[in-house]
Write a protein that binds this ligand. Sequence first.
Ligand code: NDP
Length: 298
Amino acid sequence: MKTHFTLESGGTIPSVGLGTWQLEGEDGHEAILYALKNGYRMIDAAYAYNNQKTVGLAIKESCVPREEIFIIDKLANTWHTAAEECLELTLKALGVDYLDCWLMHWPSPLNHKGNDKKTPKLADGSIDFEKEWTYVDTWREMIRIQKKFSTKVRSIGVANFGIKELENIITKTGVKPEINQVELHPANNQQNLFDYCKKMEIQLVAYSPLGSIGSPLLQSEDLNDIAEKRGISVAQLILSWGVGSGWPVLPRSKSPERLSANLTLVSLTSTEIAKITSIGLAHKQRFIQAPWHDFVED
Ligand code: NDP
């Protein structure tokens, strides 16, 4: 099984990383610590997850050398106009000197001075976007910051971008993101986006690879049948499908057993991969929606 993918810059990214959304408090801390002590070498964090200190503490206590861990963090929506400050707060909370990849969390700049730190709203209840700032401005700013602080930010990327948004930032700045992190699993394989990113040498990375909260994808009887034949769990099958399809996966778990299982993937044949894709697409679904973004299917 492929353990790493090669990025356009020449660096590598592990095939499996730990998602840290909702890994909070003592449970979250223990899960992240267990993951690092038991082989995880990629952590997916975000300012908006409100747990960067927990993540940072686990990284420190794990005693895994910093250079062995690929750390992803994300610029929060309400910080697009204050990106440099958000980066400094992120590094401080994580207790690290640099990020391996810093992503724009969503192409959605929200009012930094609005009535809520995460989801500011206007008086009529609608989302309070920045008025004179677009995600292209944010991308320009991230490019500037990465050039100025290249020792603090090894590479920059985006998340939740479709083809249209990618084309927009690339045409307007001439700079491609190294990574585009999006929802990817058998029920949402984003074939067109994958083909576009492959052509442009942008690495897709799978968030919510198990279908997010409650991992609904694991209920599929058809997928259970294939997993049983291979002698693995459905979660392992779905994650192996992702890596076999061409992208790193970021499963999240609080359970030591499931964390270890999610690292133990298998090589699937192209026939198995195609079968899993067709089973998933028969129940096409996105599980992650946000009030500040309308996904356009590519
Ligand atoms: P996942 O798709 O990783 O699913 C998590 C759920 O699956 C949990 O309920 C977990 O429960 C369960 N689970 C994990 N492993 C197994 C297993 N082997 N068998 C059975 N159940 C299992 O959800 P997320 O939405 O958290 O996505 C992963 C990561 O992606 C996030 O944590 C975050 O880092 C990133 N993400 C990024 C987004 C973005 O906008 N860029 C948006 C959403 C996610 P249990 O803990 O009990 O094992």
